[in-house]
Design a binder for this molecule. Structure first.
Ligand SMILES: [Zn+2]
Length: 287
C-alpha cells in the first residue's frame, strides 16, 4: 500500500502560523471569530468564501494528523490545526462530530468524550469536493480515555473487532450527515483514510445507494457488527442483500420499501446513528 501524502495548501502552510493553543481558546463559537476568514479565488460549484476553522463539532480539537505508516509511527500535530472549509460544509462536519460525541457520551454515561479528531486535509487546490472545501479526509478519532480509531489501522482484521466497530461507527457518523463517504479501499486516492464529502456525483442526497462506496460501507458494517463474513468488494449482490436485511432486522429498521434508507433520509440517518452509537463503544447488534 502506498502512503497517501497530505494534500492541499493546508499542509504547506508554516505550521506555527495556524496553530492556536488549546488553552487560549474558549470552546465553541468563539473559535470561529478567532481565526481570520480567507477568500480564495478557486472557482467551484458553490464558489463560497472559504474560511479557516480551528475546531470541529462543539469545540473539539481538529488535529493535523499524517497517515499512520505500516510501522505504526505517526505524526500528530500540536492541537488545533486550522483547516480551510466552505463554511456550510464546516457546519455539516460539526454535525457528524457532534453525533459521534453525543453517542459516545450517552453510552458511557458521560465518562468519555471525543478528545480530538485527526484530519489530513479539507480544502485542496484541485477539482472535486476538496476543491470547494466540501470534503474532509479523516484519519483519527481519539477518546478522552485513550481509546482511538486510526483510519489506516482500525479497519484491519489484525486490529481486532473493537477497532473494526469503532472504525465503522465513525464512518457511519459521517454518513449520517454527508452524502459521499469513502472508507479505506474505496478508491486508490483514498486508500488509507475515510473521505467524507458533501456531494456524491453532484448530489447532496443522503439516501443509501448501491454504488461502490455505500456498498462498501454496508458490507464493512455487516461484517463488523453481525459477523456476516461477506466479501468486501463494493458489489451489491445476493450476499450483501441478505446481510443487509439481517443487519437492518437487528437494528429494527425496515430494510426495503418506502421507509427504508433507500427511500427515506430519516431512515438512513436512523441507521447511521444506530451504527455510530454501537461503534463508539464497540458493541455488537442485539440478536
Ligand atoms: Zn478526500
Amino acid at each position: 500500500m502506498t502512503i497517501h501524502q497530505p494534500h492541499g495548501p493546508d499542509t504547506d502552510r508554516p505550521l506555527a502560523a495556524t496553530v492556536v493553543g488549546r488553552r487560549t481558546l474558549l470552546k465553541g463559537a468563539v473559535v470561529a471569530a478567532a481565526v481570520p476568514a480567507a477568500v480564495l479565488g478557486t472557482a467551484g460549484p458553490s464558489a463560497a468564501a472559504l474560511t479557516k476553522y480551528a475546531t470541529i463539532g462543539t469545540g473539539v480539537d481538529q488535529v493535523y494528523t499524517r497517515i499512520r505508516d505500516l510501522s505504526g509511527s505517526q505524526y500528530v500535530h500540536t492541537r488545533n490545526y486550522s483547516f480551510t472549509y466552505n463554511p456550510s460544509f464546516h457546519d455539516l462536519c460539526n454535525a457528524w462530530a457532534n453525533t459521534y460525541g453525543s453517542v459516545l457520551r450517552w453510552n458511557t454515561a458521560g465518562a468519555t468524550e471525543v478528545d480530538w479528531i485527526g484530519c489530513i486535509g479539507v480544502y485542496a487546490n484541485k477539482s472535486g469536493s476538496h476543491g470547494t472545501g466540501d470534503a474532509f479526509d479523516l484519519t483519527y478519532v481519539r477518546h478522552t480515555n485513550g481509546v482511538y480509531m486510526d483510519a489506516n489501522y482500525s479497519h484491519t482484521s489484525g486490529a481486532g473487532i473493537a477497532h473494526n466497530r469503532r472504525y465503522a461507527g465513525v464512518a457511519w457518523a459521517t454518513r449520517k450527515h454527508l452524502a459521499e463517504v469513502g472508507i479505506v479501499k474505496s478508491d486508490p486516492t483514498h486508500g488509507n483514510h475515510i473521505h467524507a464529502g458533501r456531494y456524491k456525483n453532484g448530489s447532496s442526497s443522503l439516501l443509501l445507494g448501491k454504488g461502490t462506496w455505500d456498498t462498501l460501507l454496508v458490507q464493512y458494517a455487516c461484517n463488523a457488527f453481525t459477523g456476516a463474513g461477506i466479501a468486501f468488494d463494493g458489489a451489491w449482490g445476493n450476499q450483501t442483500q441478505g446481510a443487509y436485511v439481517e443487519m437492518m432486522r437487528r437494528l429494527g429498521i425496515p430494510a426495503t420499501g418506502a421507509s427504508s434508507p433507500f427511500s427515506s433520509v430519516t431512515a438512513l440517518q436512523n441507521m447511521a446513528h444506530a451504527l455510530a452509537a454501537r461503534g463508539s463503544v464497540a458493541s455488537a447488534l442485539p440478536a
